[in-house]
Design a protein. Structure first.
Length: 43
């Protein structure tokens, strides 16, 4: 699984990317406050 790394004010956030789907990051004041991962299956 692929990953992205976000460095924000000394705090590292790792987000694993799904093979099929989407990732939504909610950012406030330069910090990730919420991440939502939606995984889809290929039919």
């Amino acid at each position: 699984m692929d990953k992205i790394y976000i460095d924000s004010k000394g705090k590292n956030t790792t987000v694993e990317l799904p093979k099929h789907g989407e990732v939504t990051l909610i950012i406030q004041d330069g910090k990730v406050i919420r991440k939502v991962t939606t995984i889809s299956e290929k039919i």
